[in-house]
Design a protein around this ligand. Structure first.
Ligand SMILES: *[C@@H]1O[C@H](CO)[C@@H](O)[C@H](O)[C@H]1NC(C)=O
Ligand SMILES: *[C@@H]1O[C@H](CO)[C@@H](O)[C@H](O)[C@H]1NC(C)=O
Length: 513
């Protein structure tokens, strides 16, 4: 009742008795004006800071260049023979966008080189000098300083302040890809799903999950045959760099177990998305990763620890965090030294987030459910000017899908979804995260508001040949879809990932001010 009265008070403003309540009208108007002014100044303050930075940053022609929208025009070659009998039968004729996806998924496509450029175009920091130096070419083979393709899939980067070196950790996949069915199961099962009219009519995903662990009503997963694609666990690869372009192979820092079949890291199991953070209190480097068995029923996180960024890491244990299944995951270390685990759970239908303990070796009892019912995975979290941001992918196995950006004022939530951050390329590029899946967002402290978006372009038939898609990510300007309004002022800045066929960081970007 008291609540009701409180909320009824303002209705006094609807004054029917004329001048009698003009005094209260004036008072309330003044209060309203003051509140609005206060809010306005707050928002101006926030935007002002952003604006200053933007002005300052836009001095840099290279940065401006990175925020230019670059279109991509892919010509579909004429159909050749009976490349896809299923597709030919399909009626009405497939949309152009579906066709490009078909080409992407078709190993023998004439457009293969567009998505998976061959060795001749490899980025070779040892040989490439002169005008190609320091350029990223998303999707091209990227060689380490030994001349071998970098093996750090589903990875993340640690900046080690002590050695002033970047360390890139990821899945080392330089082995044969297995197929449950001998005849290219990847292609077969993915096509089954695209062609299935039931699946097409659903809005929550298009492709059969190769891992087949989310056969729930809301994810289209009929005809779920065990069409898995995986390589034996080889281990976690580590590469070091000072410039984020020239990477030296530091070897496998957490290796598979060859003989003991009961070990979590036995080569027949699954190890995905390793991430490393440094603990100031213990002086240890702590690695968290997704640990699973071959049919993805273990759904756990694993923890390993090392005295050195280049290992060897000592594997400690696995667990189901907070008692829940955990698949795609990441960890995030906040400015105050508190680290968090974020993982896809409840059959990938939602994410959970919770702080780690002081040693970063365990979760605590605190946990929040976020993005409930949204079926997001591959989380990549970052922070800018006190606001937390996250990029996630949808759940469609190895096939690419649309990224979403999310934002929160507090890391434990409430998290709000802002929409697709991808800019440029073409429509299908933007709807497939440039044919890749998020894995990490790397802050560039010397370029406030600028980040590197790191993603994997998975090659399901040959996983070791999966490519890296690195692109500039910025947090600037107003969000397209500001869900949370504060008296009409959008709370969030826009997260933008810009497509570029080639791009580089500004010269001397690493010099901190
Ligand atoms: C680099 O220089 C070579 C030789 O001058 C030229 O052919 C090539 O187009 C240049 N590449 C770029 C990206 O400017
Ligand atoms: C992790 O913490 C939980 C309580 O939150 C505790 O029960 C468990 O034993 C801890 N595990 C390890 C390995 O320390």
């Amino acid at each position: 009742m008291r609540m009701r009265n409180k909320y009824r008070k303002p209705t006094n403003l609807h004054c029917h008795a004329g001048t009698r309540c003009s005094f209260s009208v004036v008072v309330w108007s003044l209060v309203g004006c003051l509140v609005m002014l206060h809010l306005y100044s707050l928002v101006q303050h926030k935007h002002g800071r952003g604006g200053e930075i933007q002005v300052h940053m836009s001095h840099h022609p290279l940065l401006r260049e990175l925020e230019e929208v670059e279109e991509e025009n892919i010509q579909i070659p004429p159909p050749k023979g009976k490349r896809s009998p299923r597709a030919a039968k399909r009626r009405p004729r497939p949309k152009r966008t579906a066709t490009i996806m078909d080409e992407f998924l078709d190993e023998s496509s004439q457009l293969r080189h567009v998505f998976f450029p061959d060795w001749k175009t490899a980025i070779d920091p040892v040989k490439d000098s002169g005008n190609e130096s320091f350029y990223y070419f998303p999707g091209r083979i990227w060689l380490d300083t030994d001349g071998n393709p970098i093996q750090a899939h589903g990875g993340g980067i640690l900046y080690d302040e002590r050695s002033m070196t970047y360390y890139w950790y990821g899945e080392y996949k330089d082995g044969l890809t297995y197929h449950a069915h001998k005849k290219g199961a990847a292609r077969v099962s993915i096509r089954t799903r695209i062609d299935d009219p039931d699946c097409l009519s659903r809005s929550d995903g298009f492709w059969l999950q190769p891992e087949c662990y989310t056969c729930t009503a809301s994810v289209c997963c009929t005809n779920c045959s065990p069409a898995k694609h995986e390589v034996d666990i080889i281990g976690v690869g580590c590469y070091s760099s000072k410039d984020l372009w020239t990477w030296k192979n530091e070897g496998i820092v957490l290796a598979a177990e060859e003989t003991d079949k009961t070990h979590d890291l036995h080569k027949s199991n699954v190890l995905e998305r390793p991430k490393v953070i440094y603990n100031e209190k213990t002086g240890k480097y702590v690695m968290w990763m997704h640990i699973d068995d071959a049919n993805y029923t273990k759904a756990s996180v694993g923890v390993a620890v090392s005295d050195s960024p280049t290992g060897p890491f000592n594997y400690l244990y696995r667990k189901r965090p907070h008692g829940f299944d955990s698949r795609d995951m990441t960890i995030f270390k906040d400015d105050d030294g508190v680290a968090y685990l974020i993982y896809s759970t409840e059959d990938n239908s939602e994410l959970h987030i919770g702080p780690l303990d002081q040693d970063y070796l365990n979760v605590t009892r605190v946990m929040r459910r976020i993005l409930v019912g949204q079926h997001r995975e591959a989380p990549a979290l970052f922070k800018y000017q006190g606001t937390y941001y996250m990029i996630t992918s949808g759940c469609s196995g190895w096939a690419p899908n649309q990224a979403l950006a999310h934002a929160a004022e507090s890391i434990l939530g409430l998290w709000e979804t802002m929409g697709n951050p991808c800019i440029g390329g073409n429509k299908i590029f933007r709807h497939t995260t440039f044919f890749s899946q998020s894995t990490f967002v790397l802050p560039l402290p010397s370029l406030p508001g600028s980040f590197i978006f790191m993603a994997d372009r998975w090659n399901p038939v040959d996983l070791r040949d999966s490519r890296y898609v690195w692109l500039p990510l910025t947090v600037r300007g107003a969000a397209d879809r500001p869900l949370d309004y504060n008296f009409g002022f959008p709370l969030w800045s826009r997260v933008s990932i810009y497509w570029h066929k080639k791009w580089r960081l500004p010269y001397r970007w690493s010099v901190k001010k």
